[in-house]
Design a protein around this ligand. Structure first.
Ligand code: ADP
Ligand code: MG
Length: 265
């Protein structure tokens, strides 16, 4: 893919699965970094009060004065007051910390409570090519905000027993948001993660996922490797931490698939 001369309007992707530990945060960081390598301007939104995305990019969430929480709740605050540059050229971060857990409660009484994030992101749309929202592991109001703001959803699925359990609930939620709040929302793809080619089990799970979702499944499969937990400790994407690794190559391939799927429209 060739780099772009002009940027925006951004395509917003929600990285979503109500199950924890399936690779949402890892995929947000590394897909974002790979897209940035290809010359795209990328904004990552940490939308989990745990702040794992921020940590994964070397930010200490406890030390933040302003986070995406303030951007959601305070009128008059602009995104550039909250944005952080990352070590990856062209990739910025809207960080988060435990403050965001209060938004889930406080938003309930607001008008248009489902579109708070969409409103907050609107002024940024022309500055980026991709915005990727790292969702929390729940289908609560924060996740509904992410789905309302998004053009499409990527669902990481761990190649493990019961991976498909809960996916029906997730697709129902996506359909409801589509009907009621965001008619343009669509499922970009299912991303198989933590695949272990040495086990029959991983291969069986992958076959069942492809059976269930067909062409919605990305051709890219993310293998299980200890390199990913290492990158969290290092606070950087695998594309810079271990640029020549299999894991880095996988997320670059995913980035090319994402770029290609967008062109189709
Ligand atoms: P989620 O955001 O869905 O909770 P994470 O991306 O935080 O999931 O991943 C959960 C844990 O698994 C983290 O410790 C992460 O480093 C690790 N991990 C993620 N992807 C892989 C992978 N492909 N292989 C091995 N470990 C992984
Ligand atoms: Mg996470």
């Amino acid at each position: 893919p060739s780099p772009l001369g002009d940027h925006g309007p951004a395509r917003i992707i929600a990285m979503c699965n109500q199950k924890g530990g399936v690779g949402k945060t890892t995929s947000t960081i590394n897909l974002g970094a790979a897209l940035a390598e290809y010359g795209r301007r990328v904004l990552l939104v940490d939308f989990d009060p745990q702040g794992a995305l921020s940590v994964g990019l070397g930010v200490n969430p406890m030390e933040l004065d302003l986070t995406v929480y303030n951007l959601l709740m305070e009128r008059g605050l602009t995104a550039d007051e909250v944005l952080l540059k990352t070590a990856v050229p062209g990739m910025d971060l809207l960080p988060s910390n435990i403050d965001l857990s209060a938004a889930e409660v406080q938003l309930v009484s607001e008008v248009a409570r489902e579109s708070a994030l969409a409103r907050a992101l609107k002024p940024l749309m022309n500055d980026y090519d991709y915005v990727i929202i790292d969702c929390q592991p729940s289908l609560g109001l924060l996740t509904v905000n992410a789905l309302t703001a998004a053009h499409s959803v990527i669902v990481p699925l761990e190649c493990e027993f019961f991976a498909l359990r809960g996916v029906a609930l997730l697709t129902e939620t996506i359909e409801k948001v589509c009907e009621r709040l965001n008619p343009d929302l669509r499922l970009d793809g299912i991303l198989a993660t933590m695949y272990d080619s040495r086990t029959v089990h991983s291969r069986e799970v992958l076959a069942r996922v492809v059976e269930a979702f067909g062409e919605h499944v990305f051709h890219t499969v993310i293998g299980r490797t200890v390199r990913f937990p290492e990158t969290t400790v290092a606070g950087e994407p695998i594309t810079t931490y271990a640029s020549n690794s299999v894991g880095a190559a996988a997320y670059r391939q995913l980035a090319r698939e994402v770029l290609a799927r967008c062109h189709v429209e």
